[in-house]
Design a protein around this ligand. Structure first.
Ligand SMILES: Cc1cc2nc3c(=O)[nH]c(=O)nc-3n(C[C@H](O)[C@H](O)[C@H](O)COP(=O)(O)OP(=O)(O)OC[C@H]3O[C@@H](n4cnc5c(N)ncnc54)[C@H](O)[C@@H]3O)c2cc1C
Ligand code: SF4
Length: 329
């Protein structure tokens, strides 16, 4: 590992000031992703600013409904919170579908959103990778891309975003609260992560020095009728080939409200807006569910080795909508 300096400031303002003056520094949450990447020398920060004890470690009620998740809340704490389990079951299930018990105890909510892709070439210094080294090329397009994107990719990068939690957060329209050198700002979750375009080295719209302080979940009654489903090669300790967070409300046989997030298919947690638009106000039948899934996936551009993800995603969406509708019959 390359030597680095370690700082543990006493407050958020000092942490933000410190990192803003260190162009090659990084915040440290639980370290479960960053430290692994440092050992591989994929990440080479010269200073680590430890923020695990700085941001809030609690989940608080918001006025008017909704919850505020402090950036330091551990993944285990988040998944176990009774309000999260009751009001946003897909979020609790998504978090529990990730990593392992030990990792979830250490991993923070803020860090989870900023974990890097699991594309094998990104972690292998001997191969070209535009995300790790801009302009070097993408080894995955003609190499191993079975796990990679079918939606929203670019000729520069076909990586997927690995977070399970993010898939549920995009479905509920969460808001990321950020503190930077110029003060505070909020970023709608759907705009927080980027598609790769010509700059795949940038995963998010976060500017250097900006610290995630919290994630807000809006009051969203439909989220109480939701599920998360993750399809992967092993039953645990594996990233999603395809995953989905789906919330559905049916009344008198008609779709009144629906939210669909997809994971394992794109460079960011993917909001299935085309499917949602087709479903809203339509009959809650298997035929509509299939049409909606296909409307979303018409934009898919699979590579030779990952075409299986398209029917897989369709079947996951249809199966989950059917299950949620059945519970309300
Ligand atoms: C073996 C293994 C399996 C895993 N499986 C899954 C899985 O199936 N699904 C899944 O979703 N995840 C999985 N994970 C990833 C795990 O969830 C992440 O490593 C974890 O959530 C990252 O959180 P952290 O607090 O440890 O982040 P860190 O590693 O500390 O940081 C990650 C990034 O976030 C930045 N950062 C941290 N906190 C902040 C903040 N408050 N503001 C701004 N930047 C910040 C850091 O600078 C760094 O760039 C797995 C990890 C491992 C090691
Ligand atoms: S898909 Fe992205 S992360 Fe993977 S090799 Fe290509 S540029 Fe790198």
């Amino acid at each position: 590992m390359i030597p680095f300096r370690y700082e543990r400031p006493d407050d958020v303002a000092t942490a933000v000031g410190l990192l803003s003056r260190e162009p090659r520094g990084a915040y440290l949450g639980g370290g479960t992703n960053l430290v692994d990447l440092m050992k591989l020398e994929v990440a080479r920060p010269d200073v680590l600013v430890d923020v695990r004890r700085l941001t809030s470690g609690t989940i608080d009620d918001l006025p008017g409904g909704g919850l505020r998740i402090g950036a330091a809340v551990s993944n285990s704490h988040l998944a176990a919170d009774l309000r999260v389990r009751r009001l946003y079951p897909m979020l609790a299930q998504a978090v529990l579908a990730g990593a392992s018990g030990q990792l979830r105890n250490l991993a923070t909510s803020g860090g989870n959103l900023l974990q890097r892709t699991r594309c094998v070439y990104f972690q292998d210094l001997t191969t070209p990778c535009n995300k790790r080294e801009p302009g070097s090329g993408c080894s995955a397009i003609e190499g191993h891309h079975r796990d990679l994107a079918v939606l929203g990719a670019s000729p520069e990068c076909v990586a997927t975003h690995p977070s399970d939690m993010g898939v549920a957060l995009t479905a509920v329209d969460a808001v990321v609260r950020v503190r930077g050198p110029e003060g505070e700002r909020t970023v709608p979750f759907g705009e927080f992560h980027r598609l790769p375009g010509e700059a795949p080295e940038r995963d998010t719209v976060l500017r250097h020095g900006e610290l995630i302080t919290a994630i807000d979940l809006p009051h969203l009654p439909v989220a109480a009728r939701s599920q998360y489903r993750k399809i992967r090669d092993r039953a645990s300790y594996a990233f999603a080939l395809v995953s989905a967070a789906v919330a559905l409300e049916v009344a008198d046989g008609t779709v009144r409200e629906v939210r669909i997030g997809l994971g394992g298919v794109a460079h960011k947690p993917w909001r299935a807006r085309a499917a949602e638009e087709l479903l809203l106000g339509a009959p809650a039948t298997a035929v509509t569910f299939r049409d909606a899934a296909e409307a979303e996936l018409v934009a898919a551009r699979p590579l030779p080795g990952n075409g299986f993800k398209v029917p897989l995603a369709r079947n996951v969406i249809v199966g989950m909508l059917n299950d949620l509708a059945e519970e309300q019959r």
